[in-house]
Design a protein around this ligand. Structure first.
Ligand SMILES: [Cu+2]
Length: 293
């Protein structure tokens, strides 16, 4: 199912060359997408965006599973192809073999940037697709606790025997006619004396200090679920703190439950840090701001 068209481009997506989008979990299935022009030919010029011609996010319906992977592009045919559950020589596709591992309904989001011949304007195109996987049940259970991250959410995890802690919180800023959040991810490490200090060893992944995806957790139709991809620079002002601003030029983020997955690279390994959180817009009215004028 295709929900987004870009101007005169019509996205066409298939799974195993079928628009039914059904597959077996943990078995290889080829997701393909192309962008048809009015003359019937596929669009073949895409801009590289954060190191890739296309980014693909796969989650399951209850948002307990997440994979961020990248399709191959065939310049001759203009077709992007992702071998779901397959292997890849791309070191940025570590999640590919486990991208749809269990029975269930999955959501697949693509992000790409077709070259606009007329205006030269750079516009990102997002499409979303539902995939139904048959097969064995399994995987983590859905989150039941969605605390307001405004007060901070944290949990401990281990990387290569080292005790680490991920801490998420956010602030909201009054920007013209809307509230704009800024998310903060801080990663700390524990010393032998038990003290928590800033973790080190971060490097860029996909040309950014950090990536994050947020998807709304609600009963609204799939087509309307909020999907947002945020980016951070490597820690600058505060050691081990990644600042994820929210693009102010897009729709205001509504209060509600969101699953967020933060991805940073540390000592050569991509860490994926999930948070089930609630975002709450301030209740006080917006103040007039000079930034609008
Ligand atoms: Cu990507």
């Amino acid at each position: 199912m295709i929900n987004t068209a870009y101007g005169a481009l019509s996205p066409v997506a298939t799974l195993n060359d079928d628009q039914q989008m059904r597959m077996y979990a943990a078995q290889i299935a080829d997701f393909k997408i192309s962008y048809k022009m009015p003359n019937g030919m596929n669009h073949k010029m895409f801009h590289r965006m954060h190191g890739k011609l296309m980014h693909t996010i796969i989650v399951n319906k209850d948002l307990s599973h997440f994979a961020h992977v990248h399709p191959d592009f065939d310049m001759k045919t203009g077709v992007f192809k992702l071998s779901v559950n397959g292997t890849s020589t791309d070191p940025d596709n570590q999640a590919l073999p486990q991208s749809i591992p269990w029975f269930g309904e999955y959501y697949l989001f693509t992000e790409t940037m077709p070259h606009n011949h007329d205006s030269g304007e750079m516009v990102m195109v997002t499409t979303r697709h539902q995939i139904y996987a048959d097969g064995a049940r399994g995987g983590p259970s859905a989150d039941t606790n969605w605390p307001d991250a405004n007060r901070g959410i944290e949990y401990e995890f281990v990387q290569n025997g080292e005790s680490l802690k991920a801490v998420l919180d956010y602030e909201t800023y009054d920007f013209c006619d809307r509230w704009v959040p800024k998310f903060y991810l801080n990663i700390k490490k524990q010393l032998e004396n038990g003290e928590w200090v800033a973790a080190e060893g971060f490097e860029k992944w996909l040309e950014m200090g950090g990536h994050a995806v947020m998807i709304e957790n609600s009963n609204r139709p799939f087509e309307q679920l909020r999907f947002q991809h945020l980016h951070a620079f490597l820690p600058i002002a505060t050691a081990s703190e990644f600042d994820y601003p929210f693009d102010a030029h897009i729709d205001e983020l509504q209060s509600g439950q969101y699953k967020m997955w933060f991805q940073v690279k540390r000592f050569g390994e991509v860490l994926t840090l999930p948070f089930a959180m609630t975002y709450q817009k301030p209740i006080q009215p917006l103040k007039s701001s000079n930034k609008c004028k």
